[in-house]
Design a protein around this ligand. Structure first.
Ligand SMILES: [Zn+2]
Length: 377
């Protein structure tokens, strides 16, 4: 099976390359806005037709010839996507891009053939830590220290300058993914997802959440306070804003790394993995920050578990979101409505007198529900 994987590298352009990158940002934006205006006035056109028109447009605006022509065509396809998202009600009507919106451009990998040999316009050399990009030539990169080369076909690359003033390139590669045949499962685990502990397994294992979150929450809140005191637009304001953006990106990386570790451990040790349906997970009265972090974490974890199970021939199930996993006694099946109260962390089942840790009991029930789903198939 083919799968797409994005590799994101930090990019270290020299001054000359920076200048070309900035020009390409500007020109892509110019093309995007021009065709947005055209389509607003004369109706929606197919991206291929717009690309044909781009030739004339480039001849009239010769400065566009200085930058990568693939990037300009990509701007047209990005615009088409923006319209598609609008019509599918995934987003609002496309906006004009300004200097202050996200600074990025995308370019496609194309190959030219010379004397029977193929020369792609985008290439990555992980040993020498360089990427070859159209018009820029070789640019230094950093990332993926343990990898020696990237297998698969490069589809496109996106160059961005983030609000941290750092440059990145994200390269999408088509890889041939080996998918194992479905195995005969021997082990199963249910996962309850929570606030204090991100994951509680039916084996009784807990993956802590608060440490990472608290570490960043304090610093981010402090910096937000400082930022609100700074004069908007002043030098210090931008300095602080950059610091804050850097902190958020650190938090994102840290979280991604942690979730990957959790997902790997769980899928390594179990053949059937069961979780709740994460979208409707009820939250306690936690603050916005916690909610923001958790929503993103649950979603990312679910995607990781599903994918890792799939390629290894294992099974992943999400149970009905309305199943009262925490109220049911995992020993005798008695439903205790009092446990609805999220403050109750431990309780004794009034029917069988069993003593329960709320989260472990819930994860056991989730496991049993998953087992039912598995045998219903
Ligand atoms: Zn009981």
């Amino acid at each position: 099976m083919k799968s797409y994987k994005a590799y994101k590298f930090r990019l270290y352009p020299n001054e000359q390359q920076k200048e070309i990158i900035h020009k390409t940002f500007g020109c892509s934006r110019f093309v995007y806005n021009h065709y947005l205006q055209v389509q607003k006035e004369t109706g929606i056109k197919n991206a291929y037709d717009l690309c044909k028109d781009l030739k004339d447009f480039t001849n009239k605006n010769v400065f566009l010839k200085e930058v990568d022509s693939c990037a300009l065509r990509c701007a047209i396809f990005n615009l088409e996507n923006a319209y598609k998202n609008y019509y599918a009600k995934r987003s609002g009507y496309p906006n004009f891009k300004s200097k202050f919106s996200k600074q990025s451009y995308r370019t496609n990998c194309v190959k030219s053939t010379y004397k029977g040999k193929e020369y792609p316009n985008i290439m990555i050399n992980l040993v020498e830590k360089k990427i070859k990009l159209p018009k820029l030539g070789l640019v230094s990169i950093r990332g993926y220290r343990k990898k020696e080369k990237i297998d698969g076909r490069i589809i496109h690359a996106t160059v961005t300058k983030e609000s941290t003033n750092r440059y990145y390139v994200s390269v999408v590669v088509e890889e041939e993914q080996q998918i194992k045949d479905k195995i005969v499962p021997k082990t199963i685990v249910g996962l309850d997802l929570g606030v204090k502990d991100l994951v509680i397994t039916s084996d009784g294992e807990k993956y802590d959440n608060e440490k990472i979150m608290m570490k960043y929450e304090k610093r981010i809140k402090k910096m937000q306070r400082e930022l609100s005191r700074k004069k908007n637009g002043s030098k210090n304001y931008f300095k602080n804003k950059e610091k804050l953006a850097r902190l958020y990106s650190k938090l994102r990386n840290h979280r991604k790394h942690y979730l990957n570790k959790i997902a790997n451990e769980i899928v390594n040790n179990h053949d059937i993995v069961v979780t709740e349906n994460l979208q409707v997970k009820k939250m306690t009265n936690h603050n916005q920050f916690a909610k923001y972090i958790l929503d993103a974490s649950f979603n990312a974890l679910s995607i990781m578990l599903e994918w890792k199970c799939k390629i290894r021939g294992k099974y992943y199930y999400k149970i009905n979101p309305y199943y009262p996993s925490s109220q049911i006694c995992s020993v005798c099946g008695y439903q205790n409505e009092k446990v609805k109260d999220l403050e109750i962390r431990e309780y004794k089942c009034p029917n069988c007198q069993c003593f329960h840790d709320r989260d472990i009991n819930a994860s056991m029930n989730i496991m049993f529900e998953g087992l039912k789903l598995h045998y219903q198939k």
